[in-house]
Write a protein that binds this ligand. Structure first.
Ligand SMILES: C[S@@+](CC[C@H](N)C(=O)[O-])C[C@H]1O[C@@H](n2cnc3c(N)ncnc32)[C@H](O)[C@@H]1O
Length: 379
């Protein structure tokens, strides 16, 4: 039964290029587990199996069917060759690329990315930080306040999965990675501003924009996906955002025409190479071609959105310089946008060899997803 489930989840990821969570939901429908505890156990099992995908391929030495990989994994009957990318279970091209950029540190980075650190944000639109903290503690959660942002908490221990906690279901606490919060902090939303969020759905950052501006802000939320935008509308209501604060626009940020705004956030679609700890399915689906594709798309989005605001935060959850440093170099060369140092309390250096002012957040340094954050100012 477990073998069938694991093979089914991997098959779904391989065939449809979906995340682990989506694949698990499709394969483990209502009949898959009798209790929520059993379902959670099967989810964690699938997560561990998919995380070991590259290890298993290395051990098999050739492409084999998901069913065979699941059997090998459950029996523990495989030996992982000593090659670093095999040991770290990341595609070889990705390991080699990061090794070229970071040297020995690449191994530390990928090793940190094998563990997911959960952060939650107190939804200050609904309750103060202290109250949210107490509510979580009453549920038996052990947490640690972030040294940088008072509304962010790192989960140290939880009696049940974070997404099933009462405080999370009631939208008092919102699962939100610290690097993603740092993106919005870089934008410094203030009361009375008009802000365009160019790739907004499902709105996790939009809701922090509204919270930091204490609800007194106008956000134009643009996203190309009508489906994701519908999810966003529902979430924003649940999070306590008043009607009229957000204007929703299903449109292509490469072409959309807007009025002028004070600031813009471009949380661009990307290869997701920084999000491996959140979605181990990326170990299966990542290909170098994705990086090239998104790099072009990101440049087009920056070129269009920069017509409508003088201050822009550009961010991606990608480890690739083509989607970070190189997009900013392009923007300063051809779009008259000057990069400024983000004034962020947690700011790792961008990659050596690029003359670019920006922050990179790393799993092994910041206990976060991998993010690139730049602040651009119209010259
Ligand atoms: C990284 S996600 C955004 C996450 C969101 N900012 C948040 O914090 O919840 C990127 C988003 O860009 C959208 N997208 C992709 N191509 C786009 C385009 N050409 N124009 C506008 N949105 C696009 C995707 O639908 C996706 O929702």
């Amino acid at each position: 039964m477990e073998e069938k489930l694991l093979a089914g989840v991997l098959n779904e990821i391989l065939r449809h290029k979906v995340s682990l969570d989506v694949a698990f939901k499709r394969v483990c429908s209502s009949k898959c587990a009798r209790t929520s505890e059993e379902r959670e156990r099967l989810y964690e099992l699938s997560r561990a199996f998919v995380s070991d995908y590259v290890k298993l391929l290395c051990a098999a030495g050739k492409r084999v069917r998901p069913k065979v990989l699941a059997k090998m994994w459950l029996a523990g009957s495989f030996e992982v060759p000593p090659d670093p990318h095999c040991q770290l279970s990341v595609p070889q091209w990705l390991y080699d690329k990061m090794r070229n950029i970071m040297g020995e540190e690449a191994a530390k980075l990928f090793s940190a990315m094998s563990k997911r650190i959960w952060w939650v944000r107190a939804n200050t639109l609904k309750a103060g930080e202290e109250r949210v903290r107490r509510k979580l503690e009453e549920e038996g959660v052990e947490l640690e306040e972030s040294q940088h942002f008072p509304y962010m908490f790192k989960i140290l221990r939880t009696p049940k999965p974070v997404r099933t906690l009462r405080s999370v279901r009631e939208f008092l606490a919102i699962p939100h990675d610290i690097a993603s919060a740092a993106v919005v902090e870089t934008l410094r939303p203030s009361r009375g501003e008009r802000i365009v969020d160019a790739c907004a759905a499902p709105g996790i950052k939009t809701s922090l924009i509204v919270a930091l501006a204490e609800g007194d802000v106008k956000v134009t939320a643009v996203d190309i996906s009508g489906k994701r935008m519908n999810v966003m509308k529902h979430l924003m209501k649940k999070m306590g955002i008043r009607e009229g604060v957000i204007e929703y626009l299903v449109a292509d940020a490469r072409r959309v025409k807007l009025e002028r705004h004070d600031k813009a956030l471009i949380d661009a679609p990307c290869s997701n190479t920084g999000a491996i700890s959140k979605d181990p399915g990326l170990r299966v689906t990542l290909r170098p071609g994705k990086v090239e594709y998104y790099s072009g798309l990101q440049r087009e989005i920056v070129a269009n959105i920069s017509k409508y605001a003088d201050k822009i935060v550009y961010a991606t959850c990608s480890l690739m310089p083509e989607e970070g440093e190189e997009v900013v170099s392009f923007a300063s060369r051809t779009l008259n946008l000057e990069p400024l140092w983000p004034s962020l309390p947690l700011c790792g250096s961008p990659y050596r060899g690029y003359d670019v002012k920006a922050c990179r957040l790393y799993a092994h340094e910041h206990e976060s997803e991998g993010f690139f954050i730049a602040l651009l100012d119209k010259v």
